[in-house]
Write a protein that binds this ligand. Structure first.
Ligand code: ADP
Length: 542
């Protein structure tokens, strides 16, 4: 017997319709590429997203056509999110930090038929347009009078001229909720990038989950700043969850330096912010010397790479801001776990509570996870056994776009490529990417643990731990460290700093000071590059 409830597909357009009807005057604030601050409301987003849909119809864009963006977080990008997906096309967000060759490859692989870009990325578009024959229209996200002349880019229009003339009347179509809504290529460091192809159903379910109290706890009372980019994994789904709860949204545009982000948080009374550790590092670096404080910021979700304990402590102890440590990936839309305490933890001492909050957290309803050994046997949840982390759920990939890379699943589970422990309360702790873990004398050393200790040293700004070949132990860890400006710290001092903080055999064999550590397109340390740079490095004494 089937249930007798109405059957409405879960569609992204319904999120925007809800925001318009129930939170029409809710604010959307954007720092624009032009430098000024733009303000309007959810009702305006809805009106202009309908114009985008009409413009796509006028251009003959077919259902499921890929429409790409190369854009910062801002109101026009938000209109594209809803106008493109809501009308049944697929929004393909491209990461502008990728190399032009990769961007051209991705745009061709996705068969993008139009591409909208912020003017900051005009040089990129100029570099790739000739290699993207499929793209029949290039849309500059700007006013008609700002459209660059003599750019050399064919079929170039300004966004405002393209959609501004269109009717604001449009009825969002109804279709199968399993239809593709958006796509994002993983910034794979080996082989060709592979695309996760999200559906309306997966995106709406993820939006519900992301807003839950034990996840981002989003509400109509919040002022939300996604520093995490809309060009990678849909800014962790915030553009969708924000419409679902009707919160105020604040977009930083291209200004991601500590000063600009801090000022926006203060001026727009931001209560909740989301970003990767490197962004917050820059902001705390800006705040500390001037003794600056937050007046409204309450919570921040940090993920994308391991959040150093020192950062969680600084936010909590120095600024009274709760850090929610999160783990996820492109293939998971991206949220998998988020760290919030349980009722039984409330009586614990602040130090014990903090020890739990340093982990990547508990699974969100909708995400099933397990850790397995090399033979695929499930390992216990005791907080000690570590193994390959596998996940499944309605917003986890089943297959990559165009079947790239074959069947990624193992008995229905997606292997994340991460190594983790899970404790008896279900708290996940990421030990490493499986390719970064250091295998020394049959034991595993977590590069994340070694890096976290280093960045807790007041003289160290950034650190990366990699394994180098050792004739006896197979691999030994070394640490590449960047000093804070003006800091005096020696190799011996830093090695001594490890004593008592980790097992002796896990202490790096050497410290290599560097001016900078290479970062990838999503702000993560590029260990492949680092290993390449250090390929002639020899361990001391060998
Ligand atoms: P890309 O696909 O571009 O590498 P993703 O954004 O999909 O980037 O990155 C996913 C990976 O990032 C995870 O598999 C994990 O290794 C790492 N990661 C994400 N969040 C955390 C975290 N909180 N702690 C440790 N590693 C993390």
């Amino acid at each position: 017997m089937l249930g007798l409830m109405q059957d409405h597909p879960l569609l992204i357009s319904s999120l925007l319709e809800f925001a318009e009807h129930h939170h029409g005057d809710g604010q959307i604030v954007s720092r624009r590429v032009e430098g000024d601050i733009h303000r309007y409301t959810w009702a305006d987003v809805a009106r202009r997203a309908r114009q985008v849909a009409n413009a796509l119809d006028a251009d003959g864009a077919a259902f499921s056509d890929r429409i790409a963006t190369l854009a910062w977080n801002g109101y026009r990008h938000l209109e594209m999110y809803y106008g493109v997906s809501g009308s049944g096309r697929v929004l393909h967000t491209i990461n502008p930090r990728l190399h032009p060759d990769q961007i051209a490859w991705i745009a061709n692989h996705a068969e993008d038929s139009m591409l909208a870009f912020d003017l900051s990325f005009l040089p990129l578009v100029q570099a790739v347009h000739a290699r993207c024959p499929n793209v029949r229209k290039w849309i500059a996200l700007c006013d008609a009078d700002k459209l660059p002349q003599d750019s050399g880019v064919p079929n170039l229009v300004s966004y405002e001229a393209w959609m501004g003339q269109q009717s604001t009347d449009y009825t969002w179509p109804t279709f199968d909720e399993n239809s593709a809504s958006s796509m994002c290529y993983t910034s794979g460091t080996t082989g060709n990038p592979k695309a996760a192809l999200y559906s309306h159903r997966s995106s709406v379910l993820h939006a519900y989950a992301a807003a839950l109290p034990d996840v981002m706890c989003l509400s109509a009372r919040d002022s939300v700043l996604p520093v995490v980019p809309m060009f990678h994994v849909n800014a962790w789904g915030i553009p969708y969850s924000a419409a679902m709860v009707g919160c105020k949204l604040v977009f930083p545009g291209p200004a991601l330096d500590g000063k600009s982000v801090y000022e926006l948080i203060e001026s727009e009374k931001v209560s909740f912010a989301a970003g990767v550790p490197t962004v917050w590092q820059m902001m705390l670096g800006h705040m500390k010397p001037g003794g600056l404080r937050f007046s409204t910021l309450k919570r921040t979700v940090i993920g994308g790479s391991a959040c150093p304990p020192a950062m969680i402590r600084a936010f909590q102890d120095d600024y009274g801001v709760e850090v929610l440590h999160a783990w996820g990936m492109t293939e998971m839309s991206p949220l998998g776990t988020l760290c919030t305490l349980k009722n039984k933890h409330m009586e614990m001492s602040p130090e014990d509570r903090l020890a739990i909050r340093l982990k990547q957290g508990r699974a969100i309803f909708g995400v099933d996870m397990k850790i397995v050994d090399g033979d695929g046997q499930e390992l216990p949840w005791d907080g000690k056994a570590y193994g390959d982390l596998h996940v499944k759920g309605p917003w986890v990939v089943r297959e990559y776009f165009k079947g790239e890379g074959g069947d990624p699943l193992v008995n229905g589970w997606f292997p994340t490529g991460d190594v983790a422990t899970i404790d008896a309360d279900g708290f996940l702790q990421i030990t490493d990417r499986s390719k970064d873990v250091i295998k020394s004398g049959g034991e595993w050393i977590s590069s994340i643990d070694i890096e976290n200790i280093a960045v807790a040293h007041p003289g160290i700004a950034m650190a990366a731990c990699i394994g180098v070949h050792h004739p006896k132990w197979d691999e030994r860890p070394i640490l590449v460290a960047v000093k804070r400006p003006g800091a005096e710290v020696t190799r011996e001092e830093l090695l001594k700093f490890y004593e008592g903080k980790t097992a002796k055999w896990q202490i790096p064999d050497d410290i290599v000071f560097a001016d900078a550590i290479p970062l990838g397109a999503t702000g993560k340390i590029l260990k492949t590059k680092l290993r390449e740079t250090l390929k002639d490095y020899k361990l001391p004494g060998l």
